[in-house]
Design a protein. Structure first.
Length: 333
């Protein structure tokens, strides 16, 4: 995952506490990793051949990611440091949202799911339904301000964040954008929609201080997305199935998609709608208004209520195991 390559650290290699240099990693022997063969816990590129098909799985190591030239232990240490620093900024954002009485929703999806179209339709519908409810948007893309311009055209304030080579928003970016948005008068801070960079992988682990992640899945994408990208659906509180007006023209099994999502996250809620036709929009507005009123606190937590904290705890345990294995191998040699 991108967390180990520093894409959220302005292009620089992420700093690792106590490690300001690279460690070489080499074995004094050659070995392959065929089916059933041993995978060294600190291999640079751990891989497992699944069954006898010849398929490769690069996420089977302790770090769950492979980076050429980087050991599993170093990948884990970097992920701990980067996510830990992000968590500090996320906590600050969360306090600011609470002080403003603002509901912050992190909208995540693959590119082309219809996030921005849904946001524009939502802003217009909320204006009719709850005209006094302030709405603002933080837009995330690698380049351009196209989406923020579309939001501004609705009359809602919006700040564009361009991430460059980065593939997701982080909490520090959101905090900087939040400072540039107008602060609503009174005690009702309204709703802040954070439209993340189109990506079903990297945004899953990054806490922005939001009240909930909302994963938007277009019915044009295929019902197997929850199984292909389990981290994202595991971290989301709500799945919005968008573009349902196209269902008559597609081979998309709605029930199967929902079953897959709940296999990953038994508590995930599901709404079906079409931002284009307006079908299902009332239920979406009901959910937003209830959440902004505080009802979201009573909703069942997702399978991993704090995915970042849980991931850091797992990484710490795995790093301890790796250190023990390496020490044992050195002693045996």
């Amino acid at each position: 995952m991108c967390v180990v390559c520093g894409c959220a650290n302005t292009g620089a290699a992420p700093a690792v506490a106590g490690h300001d240099h690279e460690h070489g990693h080499a074995h004094g022997h050659e070995h392959g990793h065929g089916p059933g063969q041993h995978v060294h816990p600190d291999d640079d590129v751990p891989l497992v051949i699944a069954g006898h098909s010849g398929d490769l799985h690069y996420g089977a190591g302790p770090a769950r990611v492979s980076v050429p030239g980087m050991s599993q232990a170093r990948a884990i240490r970097i992920e701990q440091d980067v996510l830990g620093e992000n968590n500090r900024h996320a906590s600050s954002n969360r306090r600011r949202f609470a002080e403003r009485a603002t509901l912050a929703l992190n909208l995540v999806s693959s590119p082309g799911s219809g996030k921005t179209t849904l946001l524009c339709a939502t802003i217009a519908a909320l204006r009719k339904r709850a005209g006094n409810l302030p709405v603002a948007v933080i837009e995330g893309d690698q380049q351009t301000s196209f989406d923020a311009d579309r939001i501004r055209a609705t009359g809602a304030p919006a700040i564009q964040i361009n991430t460059g080579k980065g593939c997701h928003l982080d909490a520090q970016m959101v905090g900087a954008a939040l400072a540039r948005l107008p602060q609503p008068a009174g005690k009702n801070g309204g709703v802040l929609f954070i439209e993340n960079v189109g990506n079903l992988v990297c945004p899953a682990l990054w806490d922005l201080g939001e009240a909930a992640k909302v994963v938007i899945l277009s019915v044009t994408e295929g019902e197997d997305k929850p199984l292909k990208y389990p981290d994202m659906f595991g971290a989301a509180r709500l799945m919005v199935l968008n573009k349902i007006d196209l269902l008559p023209h597609l081979q998309f099994d709605v029930a199967r998609c929902i079953a897959y999502a709940r296999r990953i996250n038994p508590h995930i809620e599901v709404l079906q709608l079409s931002a284009g036709s307006g079908e299902g929009m009332d239920a979406w507005l009901d959910w937003i208004i209830a959440a902004q009123g505080g009802a979201i606190q009573a909703m069942p937590a997702p399978a991993v209520s704090d995915p970042v904290a849980a991931r850091i705890a797992i990484l710490e345990a795995e790093l301890a195991v790796l250190k023990g294995s390496v020490a044992g191998s050195a002693a045996a040699a």
